[in-house]
Ligand binder design. Structure first.
Ligand code: 5GP
Length: 220
């Protein structure tokens, strides 16, 4: 049997954005469970912890002065105000994950996607997930049973605002079926990994293939 070939490639920064309720959290969890080569970037935030959340796992929960100090110290790859709180992507863990040969998954909003793209353009893949309809989004938000009517109305307004930035993304998917949408996201990840410019190991590999045929290079 032929020996399997492993070529080095550049890690990529995979951004998943969507309005809350469109299924982004479920899809990102499924991605992390299905693929060992992608790891999650854990953001820092000044928003209060919600029940069930774990510091260091869901977010690094910090107070405003700490967050401001981190900004001043250049510790963030990107940061933004989202719904009245500050959210940011710590730079060091991302660099570590990329150095370790991992891809990095980001659950960040459109402002974060834009800043990350400005910072690391060619290594960034931006995916936006849309709900099948606003009625379905509202149904999903209500099914969580955690929010008052007032909060749901505010979330629907934020969702419409988030959706208005759909055209800042490389891929836009409609999540009418979680399994199908997850498969599409994985197809994007696999194809993006295969892009020639990410496969830095190809240069030497292709050169060696050509050189292994005597005299072939003199006739090209
Ligand atoms: P939540 O408070 O519901 O966890 O998140 C609110 C919004 O903030 C979501 O759209 C989420 O994607 C976004 N968000 C979370 N972390 C970051 C971050 O580090 N940077 C940016 N720009 N947005 C973030």
């Amino acid at each position: 049997m032929a020996e399997s070939v492993h070529l080095n490639r550049r890690g990529l920064l995979f951004v998943l954005s969507s309005p809350s309720g469109a299924g982004k959290t479920t899809i990102s969890r499924k991605m992390l469970a299905a693929d060992r080569d992608i790891a999650l970037s854990i953001s820092a935030t000044t928003r209060p912890m919600r029940p069930g959340e774990v510091d260091g796992k869901d977010y690094h929960f910090v107070d405003v002065p700490t967050f401001k100090q981190m900004v001043a110290d250049g510790e963030f790859l990107e940061w933004a105000h989202v719904f009245g709180h500050r959210y940011g992507t710590p730079r060091a863990p991302v660099e570590k994950m990329l150095e370790a040969g991992n891809d990095v998954l980001f659950d960040i909003d459109w402002q974060g996607a834009q800043q990350l793209y400005q910072e690391a353009g060619p290594d960034v893949v931006r995916v936006f997930i849309l709900p099948p309809s606003m009625a379905e989004l509202e149904r999903r938000l209500r099914a969580r049973n955690t929010d008052s009517d007032e909060v749901i109305t505010a979330r629907m307004e934020r969702a419409a605002n988030e959706i208005s930035h759909w055209d800042g993304y490389d891929y836009v998917l409609v999540n009418d079926d979680v399994e199908g949408c997850f498969e599409q996201v994985m197809a994007i990840l696999r194809a993006e990994r295969m892009k020639r410019r990410r496969q830095v190991g190809l240069i030497g590999f292709a050169r060696d293939l050509i050189r292994s045929v005597p005299d072939a290079d003199t006739k090209l």
